[in-house]
Design a protein around this ligand. Structure first.
Ligand code: GLC
Length: 496
């Protein structure tokens, strides 16, 4: 066989192998229906009292009402979530608008990765950033009054990791997700840890009055900015029902009837009802849907990533198939596998010879995938450049074709799976049937849903294929709700 014939044969083999791999990422309508009904089951199990390992976490947030946009006040907010820490001052104007000033810092790699990092290191860092923000943006708040005291300030703290929340302003970390692994934080009250460090840095006038999650923040912010969307005179009725995040991680929340939250103490429910409240916002922590893998589609790459490369093996398995932190890692694992089977990148003879970045877990970001997804040039030039830039990796045209097919399959699965919790919550709450022609709004935040090309339309497509059907899908408005973590924390702090 001549060299070029050999080459052609490898190409054909590559493309047929890639087809097979892509098949493994397909999620059809039947799977969507199966997953949706299992998701409802898992929500119900999670709302029951007892064994916290059963079902979804379904964490009560102690938020019992939706803002209507008339809220007013100036508050501080701190937000530790994905890759950044933000401190903000938020002015709620009471007319659905707000003003926000913020200091955003990338979380130093050593806090994420190094062994021996303690809670004090992390929360000390957050306190120092808070002080830096006040010094830069609000020096007046650091000047003592005539009695030598500083003006008291209320702060809302958005902490976007699984928390066992015990009241509006206390909760212990269940486990880290999205990269952190500081052991001594698990089981501790994160408000106390942060409050103590604020004190150490001379900021005892700050009182953390609310602890919340980015998904709750997104929901509340969407409610605040959109108002309860009874659009007067237009006949249009649409109601905010879900808040969700599709970014580094993924999660969602919704309002649940107090009567259905069996795990809330009866006494608390009774006293809330006396105050006229009958619902509470639930942080589902849907990232950990089906950690037992009874129904989630699983490829060998998902298993490897979870077991060999992720910081929390066995947990957040839904997130590991859906969120931005994992999309590039899935592609990287597929490419390394195809290389080991001598189907691509054959200029590198052994695994060791592969470019360092291709061998490094989590080095391929979802931004690179976004560029690959939409390259429609005849030579797939954008993909060529992206791979050169991000991985220092030259590629041939057939390799690029293979890479694009893989990226599209991986992201389509992510968007299709993303429809499952949305369909399940809408089914469980009956939100689409509440009013004649009633429509629902879903406040979304996160880099994937906001920036990944086609993600929202693939998600909509999956909603139409899901048990909601095309009629249900048409009643859903996916709205991007930005700055949820800051504004939402401020809204929480306001009600506290
Ligand atoms: C992870 C966290 C969750 C957060 C989500 C989105 O799933 O566990 O608390 O809301 O990421 O940031």
């Amino acid at each position: 066989m001549s060299f070029s014939e050999l080459h052609k044969e490898t190409e054909t083999q590559l493309l047929s192998e890639v087809d097979k791999i892509c098949e493994g990422f397909v999620v059809g309508p039947e799977k969507l229906a199966e997953l949706t009904s299992y998701f409802i089951e898992q929500m119900e199990a999670g709302l029951k009292a007892g064994d916290s390992e059963l079902g979804l976490p379904m964490i009560p947030s102690y938020v019992t009402g939706k803002p209507d946009g008339t809220e007013q006040g100036v508050l501080l907010a701190a937000d530790l979530g994905g890759s950044n820490f933000r401190v903000c001052s938020v002015t709620l104007n009471g007319d659905h608008t707000f003003k926000m000033e913020q200091l955003k810092t990338r979380i130093p790699q050593e806090l994420l990765e190094e062994q021996g990092v303690t809670s004090d290191d992390l929360f000390g860092y957050l306190a120092r950033r808070t002080k830096a923000f006040l010094t830069r943006n609000h020096p007046e708040l650091l000047r003592p009054d005539s009695n030598g005291a500083l003006q008291p300030l209320k702060m809302g703290f958005t902490f976007s990791y699984p928390i066992a929340q015990t009241s509006l302003n206390s909760g212990t970390l269940i486990r880290w997700t999205k990269g952190f692994s500081i052991k001594d934080t698990v089981g501790k009250d994160v408000v106390e840890l942060f409050q103590e460090q604020l004190k150490n840095y001379g900021l005892d006038m700050i009182n953390i009055v609310a602890l919340t999650n980015d998904t709750i923040g997104t929901f509340l912010t969407h409610c605040y900015t959109s108002g309860t969307a009874l659009q007067a005179g237009s006949g249009e009725i649409s109601e905010p029902v879900i808040g969700c995040i599709f970014g580094t991680g993924t999660n969602g929340c919704y309002m649940e009837k107090l009567d259905n939250i069996e795990k809330l103490p009866a006494k608390l429910k009774a006293s809330l009802k006396k105050e006229g409240k009958d619902e509470m916002c639930i942080n589902t922590e849907w990232g950990s849907f089906d950690n037992e893998l009874k129904h989630l589609p699983t490829t060998c790459y998902d298993t490897d990533i979870d077991q060999k490369f992720s910081p929390n093996p066995g947990f957040h398995l839904f997130e590991k198939r859906v969120s931005g932190m994992y999309l590039g890692e899935i592609l990287r694992n597929v490419l390394v596998d195809l290389h080991s089977r001598k189907l691509l990148l054959q200029q590198y003879r052994t695994h060791d010879q592969l470019p360092h970045r291709l061998k490094t877990p989590f080095e391929l970001s979802s931004e690179v995938l976004a560029r690959i997804e939409i390259d429609d040039s005849t030579t797939l030039r954008e993909i060529e450049l992206s791979f050169l830039q991000s991985l220092r990796l030259p590629t041939t045209y057939p390799e690029r074709k293979a890479i694009q097919a893989l990226v599209r399959a991986i992201t389509r699965r992510s968007a299709y799976l993303a429809s499952v919790p949305i369909a399940a919550i809408l089914k469980k709450t009956g939100a689409l049937e509440k009013r004649y022609h009633g429509e629902v709004e879903i406040g979304c935040d996160g880099s994937v849903v906001e920036y990944y090309p086609g993600f929202r339309s693939m998600l909509r497509h999956a909603l139409a294929l899901s048990p909601l059907g095309p009629e249900g899908e048409r009643k859903i408005h996916l709205r991007i709700s930005k700055d949820g973590s800051g504004v939402g924390a401020a809204l929480c702090a306001l009600v506290a």
